[in-house]
Design a protein around this ligand. Structure first.
Ligand SMILES: Cc1nc2c(=O)[nH]c(=O)nc-2n(C[C@H](O)[C@H](O)[C@H](O)CO)c1C
Length: 152
């Protein structure tokens, strides 16, 4: 049976982990879902490693990145750590982040971005596991925003 891991943070201002689990259960009702919540983005690599060692085939990492340079350096370091973890384990890790400034100061918009991005990346993860993303190649898909569409 497929096991999907979910890593999220208490730093996030939207409960993206709960939304991701809901969406995984909609799309893959028979999958086992395991979740680890960590304080902040730099702890997510540890969370993902734990879930992979615990038998997960793929992990979705839901990060929330603040607006300051130190937040961006932390995200860069984390992202490299997650890539390294994929190289070492061969497990699929989807690094899904919301940057605080994406809302342009509008909290409602920021929440919508976070929810849409989370749901659409869960769909991406499920399709990747099924090998079914090819038919969407070049379609201008976006997560957190309306799809841009293919240029014909
Ligand atoms: C972190 C991030 N992640 C995504 C993503 O996963 N999917 C996506 O479509 N867009 C993301 N963006 C925003 C893009 O950089 C870009 O600003 C928007 O897609 C609008 O074109 C950002 C900033």
């Amino acid at each position: 049976m497929t096991c999907i891991g979910v890593v999220d943070t208490t730093f996030a201002r939207v409960n993206m982990g709960a939304v991701a689990i809901d969406e995984i259960k909609n799309l893959l009702p028979n999958a086992t879902v395991k979740r680890i919540t960590v304080p902040g983005i730099k702890n997510t690599v540890w969370g993902a490693l734990r879930l992979i060692r615990d038998g997960c085939d793929a992990v979705i990492v839901l990060g929330w990145v603040g607006p300051t340079p130190v937040d961006k350096y932390s995200y860069l370091a984390t992202s490299i750590g997650l890539m390294q973890l994929q190289i070492e384990t061969g497990a699929l890790i989807l690094d899904v982040t919301v940057h605080e400034e994406e809302g342009g100061g509008d909290e409602k918009k920021l929440k919508e971005i976070a929810l849409d991005r989370t749901r659409k990346h869960v769909w991406n993860l499920v399709e990747m596991l099924r090998g079914g993303l090819e038919r969407y190649a070049g379609k201008g898909l976006r997560q957190g925003y309306p799809h841009a569409g293919e240029i014909i």
